[in-house]
Ligand binder design. Structure first.
Ligand SMILES: *Cc1c(COP(=O)(O)O)cnc(C)c1O
Length: 404
């Protein structure tokens, strides 16, 4: 086989479909988010980032940066091993206690990323519980899908956010069969929110465990940043809550929070937990500072929500179509992969505005979009620059406007 030719052909297909992915080569500026320097063809340009998942700017928060610097000075750079073999640092222990408390659970377990936490936990529960059937929302994140697939457990896909369809699918199995219902609170591309209470009612009726991915909600919702389940007073109804330390918390890492027995079970049986080097102590210390800060500070959340409202109202005023949702994500719908990439390139090259195009397979074909994530740090002037650039491009591109 001509391997290189094979790779090239497949990559060419991506180019032709307009969904070949190009990285923006950025240097973010601590103390000056959302500003960054973009490197391209040996030159540099200043840009404003409008698509970060560091939703609250915690990645540059002085208490987070300070905690990370101090911990590097104290403990050095790496963890030195897996959690079992000399890699458990006191910061990991403190962070797990903090996360268990955040979600009102007995225990928490850290992983190297949110992806790994989903993959490893769903993979382990599905594989190790004899006869377990996994019920997965059809719009679940790739990390959950891969974890369920890896478990080789029998699975059923239920209609997005539909407790009725979940009920039907659960009814196909006897009451005593072990079952696990996996879903997300806020879906990251449309910003819609699951009917968590109804899903828990249905799961309870069928004796199923519940697994909730709160990756886009932790730090962002609830009085202490515990997510949608905290906001809606549902923490004790969920068997497992999963989150990331890499989005609103601004650092890196993933975790689950659950009963002491469940966490200990995953700790003891999960290959994706056992056989990999622990997070560096400084990462754990930075995440700990971030979680603690957002437990007692409402300022960042309130300001972020106010910025989201402002961007939405300015887009409405100019007729730029975006999908309304109860969350903080603003999907500006383009519905064409080539135009979506083209708009994103022009915003970056001509206006110094960075919004990544979101194409298939991240979203279904025909729903290509620009996904805008306002932060507490975007100024009124930033917002005006963004919406007027979009308005210019909408005219140039002859894209349809929404009717006010
Ligand atoms: C980003 C994401 C993850 C993975 O989290 P990381 O910490 O980035 O690995 C898991 N679930 C959802 C819904 C996500 O969007």
């Amino acid at each position: 086989m001509d391997y290189q030719k094979f790779f090239k052909t497949r990559l060419n297909d991506l180019h032709e479909e307009g969904r070949y992915r190009v990285f923006a080569d950025l240097e973010r500026h601590a103390g000056d988010f959302p500003r960054a320097t973009r490197h391209i063809d040996g030159e540099t340009h200043e840009v404003t980032v409008w698509c970060s998942n560091d939703y609250l700017g915690m990645g540059q928060h002085p208490s987070v940066v300070e905690a990370m610097k101090n911990t590097i000075e104290q403990s050095g750079s790496g963890a030195g091993g897996t959690r079992n073999i000399s890699g458990t640092n006191h910061n990991h222990v403190l962070l797990e206690q903090e996360l268990a408390d955040l979600h009102g659970k007995e225990s928490a377990l850290l992983f190297t990323s949110g992806y790994v936490s989903n993959w490893a936990t769903l993979g382990t529960l599905g594989a190790e519980i004899p006869g377990c059937v996994v019920f997965s929302d059809e719009e679940n994140h790739a990390s959950m899908i891969e974890g369920i697939r890896h478990s080789r457990a029998e699975k059923r896909i239920w209609k997005h956010n539909s407790p009725e369809d979940l009920d039907r699918k659960l009814s196909e199995f006897p009451a005593e069969a072990p079952k696990l219902v996996a879903f997300e609170s806020i879906y990251s591309m449309d910003g819609d929110i699951a009917p968590i209470a109804e899903i828990c009612d249905v799961a309870e009726k069928h004796g199923a465990m519940t697994y909730l991915d709160e990756v886009h909600a932790v730090g962002m919702y609830g009085e202490r940043g515990g997510g949608i389940a905290e906001k809606e007073g549902l923490l004790d109804r969920l068997t497992v809550i999963e989150g990331t330390l890499g989005k609103a918390y601004g650092v890196m890492g993933g975790y689950i929070a659950a009963s002491a027995e469940l966490c200990d079970f995953v700790r003891s049986f999960s290959s994706g937990f056992i056989f990999t080097t622990a997070l560096p102590p400084a990462i754990a210390a930075g995440a700990l500072a971030s979680v603690r800060h957002l437990k007692q500070s409402e300022f960042e959340r309130a300001r972020q929500q106010e910025r989201v409202r402002l961007v939405r109202s300015r887009l409405d005023a100019l007729g730029i179509p975006h999908t309304p949702n109860p969350g903080h994500i603003i999907p500006v719908m383009v519905k064409d992969p080539v135009k979506c990439k083209w708009l994103s390139d022009l915003l970056l090259d001509n206006y110094g505005i960075y919004v990544q195009p979101i194409n298939y397979p991240t979203v279904p074909k025909g729903t290509e979009r620009l996904r805008i994530t306002p932060s507490p740090l975007h100024t009124d002037a930033d917002v005006e620059k963004l919406v007027s650039a979009l308005s210019d491009l909408w005219s140039q591109c002859a894209l349809a406007r929404a009717v006010a």
